[in-house]
Design a protein. Structure first.
Length: 432
């Protein structure tokens, strides 16, 4: 109930043009008002949720290129703080409904984007794909996720991986855990060992990070095919396999530390040696690795290390950030200029090494992707695929809202049966 009230007040604030933006180097706070730009330049309002440490670094790199190449436009950073965009997406919805879209906004490839397409919010970008020959450089399976009836509606800038187990090697050593756990049972055993040392076994952030953990445990427990089947017609969310996965999830949650405000402080507990494990997307790599102005400047393999989330080796639980052209964008030409940068090899190769993601383009300069990112590039090319729930691939926004509701109730009640019922109801009400 409280969440719905919060979402409603964000929406009202958006309609009234009052919502605070996250800053991140832009003109935050005025996103719906399109303030006059200096020097007669047209402002291009770029809407995302990349304001926080780690995330803002990638956006800043792409912005630099946009500004170098487009002297007639100025970049207006309309980012709204809050990992995974839960606050940003509520505000965006109110802007779309009020007929005040930003010039371009970030949307996840897959079911989330299909929702915007079906609602008639987006312009068809096939002309841009033809002009820039983008079909030759984006994987077909990705283009399929952003298309309806053969028309293509966004420009994917990256591929992120959800199923990463981040860990602190020193804390594992102290606990007598010899290697990163490969199965859910090994994971639970390792969490128990860490608990005995007094360190936090598993760090956790705000509510959405619990759903993020849930998708990872479902994949790790069910396996790839059964996980993917959960989002197809006739899926069985009520059976014993899901019940078993949720029991494991509940057990794993019993080792979680105090919930942190968002994903960054939870990830930081691992890098600082206060916690052993965190399951988070690979945007955490940008945060750990980027120099201290934006990231933590930590040393890979010493301060932090990584492995596929337990039970998920060989599968890439993927998601992709993409940018759109909303119908009615006030600065359509400027938005197209932004999309051209987002689509370009230069733009993607500047953005992704800082963002902790790999490029959506297949022709990127591989030498720029080292350390964790070299592993990611390799796994992306030979792993099976599964689509993220929290980050828009497998479920649309109403379905995710229903899942979020069930997870929220679970967090306060710890009632696993009710969680399974809530997830089953969410699927029944929303599956297409
Ligand atoms: C995801 C998004 C990522 C990253 C993450 C944490 O939804 O796709 O780019 O920003 O949220 O905020």
């Amino acid at each position: 109930m409280r969440r719905w009230l919060a979402a409603a007040s964000i929406m009202m604030a958006g309609v009234l043009g009052l919502a605070a933006c996250g800053g991140g180097g832009g003109g935050g706070g005025e996103s719906s008002q399109q303030p006059a730009a200096g020097g007669g330049k047209q402002q291009v309002e770029v809407f995302s949720w990349w304001t926080g440490p780690g995330e803002a670094d990638g956006l800043a790199e792409m912005r630099k290129i946009f500004e170098q190449q487009n002297s007639g436009y100025s970049f207006f950073d309309a980012a709204v703080a809050g990992g995974s965009g839960d606050k940003a997406k509520a505000l965006l919805e109110s802007k779309l409904q009020a007929g005040q879209p930003p010039d371009t906004f970030q949307g996840h490839a897959g079911a989330e984007l299909q929702g915007y397409i079906k609602a008639g919010n987006l312009e068809d970008l096939t002309f841009l794909y033809d002009e820039l020959k983008l079909k030759d450089v984006f994987p077909q399976q990705l283009v399929d996720q952003i298309s309806v009836d053969g028309k293509i509606y966004s420009v994917p800038v990256n591929i992120h991986r959800s199923n990463v187990l981040w860990f602190n090697p020193g804390v594992l050593k102290e606990a007598g855990v010899a290697a990163a756990p490969k199965t859910i049972d090994e994971f639970i055993a390792a969490l128990e060992k860490v608990k005995a040392t007094g360190k936090i076994p598993l760090s956790i952030g705000s509510e959405w990070t619990v759903t993020h953990l849930l998708e990872n445990v479902l994949l790790g427990s069910l396996g790839t095919d059964a996980y993917n089947a959960l989002f197809k017609p006739g899926a069985n969310w009520s059976g014993p396999e899901v019940a078993k996965a949720l029991e494991s999830f509940n057990k794993i949650m019993s080792y979680a530390g105090d919930p942190q405000d968002d994903w960054q402080p939870a990830a930081k507990q691992v890098a600082d040696g206060q916690a052993a494990f965190n399951i988070m997307g690979d945007w955490a790599y940008g945060y750990f690795h980027n120099p201290p102005e934006g990231g933590l400047g930590k040393t890979s393999k010493t301060d932090f290390d990584w492995a596929p989330a337990p039970g998920t080796e060989g599968t890439y639980l993927w998601l992709s950030d993409s940018f759109t052209l909303p119908k009615g964008a006030k600065h359509r030409d400027g938005a197209i200029a932004w999309l051209k940068v987002a689509a370009s090899k230069e733009g993607q190769d500047a953005f992704n090494p800082k963002k902790g993601s790999i490029p959506a383009r297949t022709d990127a300069d591989k030498s720029l992707y080292t350390d964790y990112l070299a592993d990611a590039l390799k796994d992306w090319s030979d792993n099976k695929l599964a689509g993220s729930v929290q980050h828009g691939v497998s479920v649309n926004q109403p379905w995710l809202a229903a899942i979020t509701e069930a997870v929220g109730l679970y967090i306060s009640s710890k009632d696993v049966k009710a969680l399974q019922q809530g997830l089953a109801d969410a699927a029944t009400a929303n599956a297409q």
